[in-house]
Ligand binder design. Structure first.
Ligand SMILES: NC(=O)C1=CN([C@@H]2O[C@H](COP(=O)(O)OP(=O)(O)OC[C@H]3O[C@@H](n4cnc5c(N)ncnc54)[C@H](OP(=O)(O)O)[C@@H]3O)[C@@H](O)[C@H]2O)[C@H](O)CC1
Ligand SMILES: [K+]
Length: 500
């Protein structure tokens, strides 16, 4: 699904109004109805509702939402934050309609702000996507009052005070909602880690804005929807054999970190690879042979770290369908030499993770050797080591795009909404996963998944989008079964499923 910027979203509204065609006031009604449908299945009518409206179209939505809730017998009080003399036409229209049902209460001074109680629901319709400057004066006071209160807060479209597509300042006063119900398309600002407090749990509701405009709108940002990810999964044909799905090589493990190799190997096998060889230091040999009997093991001559030397007959590296390197390998000089050697030899995209990334960061000349369209999977700290410090999340996305473009690679920047940057400069945000995945070994699992997909011939961008989605979904299933706190990386492997 595309993520559009605010100028595009305003143009999309106008396009829908002209080409559907639909009167602006009816579009607002549709948005309000979509919000109320969402609300109705979650909150019972015995919780009093206080709707706070601004004077623009976000406030107009609030007015229409209040009217629809009153008609459904919800107990509703409406507050209008009178911060300016002007109001939008559609606000004024809905204001008039509402006044036939109830008398709104006007907030001009701090003492007009009502007390808010625990069981109450606040609907925040003060400012939406029209935000053009930091909140101040009475708006700021109202926001602070809402944020201090124990009430449940739901933001209409976007939290008042939060920019949808540009950075806020640290001192900005912004609604801290429990939920955000956004119209039609995700906004970039909802996906960024620093904004978490200003987003809460967020949901998209469909208001049937014009699909033709969306299809034609240029963007670099995408949000992976479940149906899009599932479509990427390839069906297996009946005459397939294990050769069809590729022979992968995983270079993983060092003394004390052979578990990382086990996790990556198991995840690789659970993601459909045809054959798997794991190259580990000698100390990992019997571990792999016992823990992962489906895999072959290529013992390194070194007892503790990978050097790339082995006395066992093996395939030339370029004969493997895909190679993944990094889980648990450490940063020994011998391992660095091996990495250099592989990067100069290999001609196809690889998966590069963990200490292999730290070795790259410490030896940046190696970046130029990366096979085109390789997949790198840094967490933010590893990414910072590879690149530079960033000022804010928007700056980080630019650095990410530049880095992926410059080295013609796919970069999977891990986080709450993992961001996948392509060599073409697009970014795909993932939609699955939960904080339970922040535990040791889940990154090794992802490396195994991605290596398996490359070995099966998936294009690296598709492999990254699908692999990250499925890994997050497995994390969600693991959290359902074990809880976010109790789940471990092995539960994620057990929960992997590949069905379209
Ligand atoms: N996209 C959709 O699907 C639909 C969205 N709708 C809703 O419309 C809002 C956007 O409405 P808009 O009127 O453009 O903007 P706001 O309501 O957010 O803001 C109103 C005006 O307030 C001024 N402003 C901006 N920042 C501040 C501030 N910090 N303090 C005071 N005033 C501020 C600004 O006007 P200026 O001329 O003063 O700059 C805004 O224009 C969207 O979020 C949805 O809720 C529709 O209902 C249809 C479908
Ligand atoms: K809002």
């Amino acid at each position: 699904m595309k993520i559009l910027n605010i100028d595009q979203i305003h143009a999309l509204d106008q396009y829908t109004i002209q080409h559907e065609p639909i009167a602006p006031i009816n579009l607002m009604e549709r948005a309000a109805q979509a919000f109320v449908n969402w609300y109705g299945v979650r909150f019972s009518s015995n919780r009093p509702v206080k709707v706070f409206c601004g004077l623009g179209n976000n406030g107009g939505d609030g007015m229409a939402i209040a009217r629809l809730l009153i008609q459904l017998d919800y107990q509703v009080e409406v507050y209008v934050v009178r911060y300016a003399p002007r109001e939008s036409d559609d606000f004024a229209h809905n204001h008039r309609r509402l006044k036939l049902l109830t008398a709104p209460i006007y907030i001009e001074q701090p003492h007009d702000i009502p007390a808010l109680r625990h069981h109450e629901i606040v609907i925040d319709a003060i400012l939406g996507s029209g935000l053009s400057r930091p909140t101040e004066g009475i708006i700021k006071e109202v926001i602070q009052g809402i944020n201090r209160s124990p009430a449940t807060v739901i933001a209409v479209d976007i939290a008042s005070g939060l920019y949808a597509d540009q950075p806020n300042q640290a001192e900005d006063i912004i609604i801290e909602p429990d939920y955000t119900v956004t119209f039609q398309l995700p906004k970039l600002g909802l996906l960024l880690p620093k904004n978490e407090r200003f987003v809460g749990e967020w949901h998209i509701v469909n208001v049937q804005l014009h699909q033709r405009f969306i299809d034609q709108a240029p963007t670099s940002y995408y949000y992976t929807m479940p149906e899009e990810a599932r479509l990427l999964i390839r069906k297996r044909n009946r005459h397939a054999n294990k050769g069809t799905f590729g022979h992968a090589l995983l270079l993983a493990g060092s003394y004390g970190k052979v578990g990382a190799a086990v996790l990556a190997a198991k995840a690789c096998l659970r993601s459909g690879v045809g054959l798997l060889t794991v190259q580990t230091p000698l100390c990992g040999y019997s571990v792999i042979q016992t823990a992962v009997p489906e895999a072959m093991c290529l013992p390194d001559t070194h007892p503790y770290v990978l050097t790339g030397h082995t006395e066992v007959d093996n395939l030339p590296p370029n004969n493997y369908a895909a190679i993944g390197i990094g889980p648990g390998i450490g940063k020994a000089p011998e391992t660095l030499a091996m990495l250099r050697d592989i990067l100069t030899t290999i001609r196809k995209p690889m998966v590069i993770d963990a200490d292999a990334l730290n070795l790259l960061a410490a030896n940046r000349d190696l970046l130029g050797l990366l096979p085109e369209r390789s997949i790198l999977t840094p967490h933010p700290k590893e990414f910072e080591r590879l690149t530079q410090r960033w000022q804010n999340d928007y700056d980080k996305l630019e650095i990410l795009q530049d880095f992926a473009r410059r080295f013609r690679i796919v970069v999977v920047l891990k986080g709450a909404h993992t961001a996948i940057a392509t060599p073409e400069g697009d970014i795909h945000f993932n939609s699955t996963g939960n904080p339970g995945l922040s535990t040791g070994g889940t990154g090794d699992v992802l490396t195994g998944v991605l290596t398996a997909l490359l070995a099966q011939g998936y294009d690296p961008v598709e492999a990254a989008v699908l692999g990250v989605f499925s890994h997050g979904l497995a994390g969600d299933h693991a959290a359902d079964a074990r809880g976010q706190i109790g789940m471990v990386a092995s539960d994620v492997i057990d929960s992997l499923r590949w069905e379209n």
